[in-house]
Design a protein around this ligand. Structure first.
Ligand code: FAD
Length: 386
């Protein structure tokens, strides 16, 4: 029997397919026209009762529990613009500020993020230190006599920084680069003097990532997220939730590439019939389906553990690597079956392939998750224990 959640998932899928996907070329181009189209889509989502489904009700969202949201995040994420159009793109920032911010942060930002009035970004990666090693962070926040902070440093590949109203930045408040202690998260309004957007950094030709600079930016004492030196547990919590959300969305994007591949295989015909009749094309279909079907349960296992508040380190690591590889593989197969059309401007496949490639680096490259999961698993076997 179909549940209420199935109905909601179908409505989200329909909204993304009929309203968001046709606007993708405009939204991808960015600029004022894209912003206006996004606002129209957001208004429509509100009218249809689909706005901010997973955001807590105290922030103006619909309070759908994460376990329920995980079932429809795949449909919502089939377009990169789905989460922004449906008001769930703010889930990560609003949740972290609401959970770990003091009274002033909680009062000022999360509800406005959930309403789509403000946009936030998260800045951890630096040009001159490895993003895979947060202890090397060189950005500094110096405490001032009145308890406020002065932040200096550079960050890059910060998603959405060009249009953000606030940035959560990882900075060293104590100790020296390399120390395991002394890292904090600060919430910085982007209209603060000394905050600069340096340049956009196209990723395989697509915009959306930015380099930013902090030139002695003043930050109020109450804009520290969590306590002084408490960055790493909060960052880890954020990354686990963020990676799981991305994996769910990548499943939706891979399913989209898979569907396009199958339609093309059946509709493209030559003197020897449809492409679908070639065994090597069937092999692409089989391998892509296998990758999708074996990855989906891993992602939902990670989501279920997150929803239950359990330790999900291993499950999220497995899901992240599997989902990134899978999206790259499925998108690549779909491009192959489309021939030159798969590389041209008339399908979303180049964008899906680009997302799949970037997926293997962003939120921590594959290697980091492979070693981190393996180390954790092996710990249980040390000393001959089984
Ligand atoms: C599209 C996109 C969006 C992004 N969005 C954001 C964002 O919003 N905010 C943000 O802060 N960052 C963001 N990033 C940056 C991303 O998180 C980092 O690029 C990533 O964590 C890797 O850091 P790095 O680039 O400094 O690579 P490095 O740390 O220099 O690593 C380079 C390579 O070295 C190898 N390597 C590193 N560590 C290990 C290891 N332990 N074992 C084996 N090999 C290893 C891997 O092959 C790795 O790819 C984004 C990146 C992209 C591409």
């Amino acid at each position: 029997m179909r549940s209420q959640e199935d109905g909601l998932r179908d409505r989200v899928a329909e909204f993304v397919r009929t309203r968001v996907m046709p606007c993708e070329p405009v939204l991808d181009a960015g600029g004022p026209h894209a912003a206006a189209v996004l606002r129209e889509l957001q208004a429509r989502a509100r009218q249809e009762g689909l706005w901010a489904l997973p955001l807590p009700s105290e922030l103006g969202g619909q309070g759908l529990p994460f376990a329920g949201y995980a079932r429809l995040a795949e449909a919502e994420g089939a377009s990169d613009h789905g989460p922004a159009a449906l008001g769930s793109a703010s889930l990560l920032d609003a949740t972290m500020l609401w959970k770990h911010g003091g009274d002033r942060i909680r009062g000022r930002y999360p509800a406005r993020l959930a309403a789509g009035e403000l946009r936030a970004c998260y800045a951890m990666t630096e040009p001159d230190t490895p993003g895979t090693d947060p202890f090397a962070t060189a950005t500094r926040a110096e405490e001032q006599p009145d308890g406020s902070w002065r932040v200096s440093g550079r960050k890059w590949f910060v998603s959405g920084a060009g249009g953000a109203d606030l940035v959560t930045v990882l900075a060293r408040t104590d100790g020296e680069p390399g120390d395991r202690e002394g890292l904090s998260l600060l919430v910085v309004p982007t209209d603060s003097p000394g905050f600069h957007v340096v340049r956009e950094l196209p990723v395989l030709g697509a915009g959306g990532q930015w380099e930013i600079r902090f030139d002695g930016v003043g930050v109020a004492a109450d804009h520290l997220l969590g306590g002084r030196g408490q960055a790493l547990p909060i960052a880890a919590e954020r990354l686990r939730l963020g990676r799981t959300l991305r994996c769910l969305r990548w499943l939706g994007q891979a399913q989209r590439a898979f569907d396009l591949m199958c339609v093309r295989a059946c509709s493209r015909t030559g003197s020897r019939g449809a492409l679908a009749g070639h065994q090597l094309v069937q092999s692409h279909v089989f391998e892509a389906l296998l990758a999708l079907r074996t990855t989906r349960p891993l992602v939902h296992e990670a989501a279920a553990k997150i929803a239950a508040g359990l330790d999900a380190h291993v499950e999220v690591g497995l899901a992240k690597v599997a989902a990134a590889r899978m999206l790259q593989q499925v998108a690549d197969a779909a491009v192959q079956v489309h021939g030159a059309a798969g590389l041209g401007p008339d399908t979303p496949l180049p964008a899906l392939l680009r997302t799949g490639r970037a997926a293997r680096i962003l939120d921590g490259p594959d290697e980091l998750h492979v070693t981190s999961v393996a180390r954790r698993v092996l710990r249980a076997y040390e000393g001959g224990a089984t």
